[in-house]
Design a protein. Structure first.
Length: 111
C-alpha cells in the first residue's frame, strides 16, 4: 500500500506541474526556508558533503536525470542512498516547493 501512495503522490506532483509549469515566488521562498532547515546541512550552496559528484548543480542534475520537478520530488519523497525520505515529514506542497527551489537555484548556479 505504501508504494501505491508514493506512486499516487508522484503522479499528483506531475499533474500539478503540468497545470502550473513555473513556480511562483512564494513557492520558491517557501522552498528556500524548508531547504535551509532540512537540506542545507548536506547540500550547502547546492553541493553535497556526503557524495561530491551528486550535487544539486545544474550539470549534475542533468547528468543523473534529476533535472525536473518530478525527479527531485521523487528523491525528496523516497530518499536515496544516504539521503533520508521526507514523505512522512513534508506535505505535498512542501515537497513541490523544495523541488522548485532546487531547480531555481540550479538555474542560477546557486548564487
Amino acid at each position: 500500500m505504501n508504494k501505491l501512495i508514493q506512486i499516487i503522490l508522484v503522479l499528483f506532483l506531475i499533474f500539478i506541474n503540468i497545470l502550473t509549469p513555473s513556480a511562483s515566488a512564494a513557492e520558491i521562498d517557501n522552498g528556500a526556508q524548508i531547504f535551509e532547515i532540512h537540506c542545507a546541512g548536506c547540500h550547502v550552496n547546492g553541493g553535497n558533503i556526503v557524495r561530491r559528484g551528486k550535487t544539486l548543480k545544474k550539470k549534475a542534475l542533468k547528468k543523473y536525470g534529476m533535472d525536473s520537478l518530478e525527479a527531485i520530488a521523487s528523491i525528496v519523497i523516497n530518499g536515496k542512498s544516504n539521503m533520508p525520505a521526507y514523505k512522512d515529514r513534508f506535505t505535498t506542497q512542501q515537497i513541490q516547493d523544495v523541488a522548485a527551489y532546487v531547480l531555481d537555484q540550479a538555474e542560477k548556479d546557486w548564487r
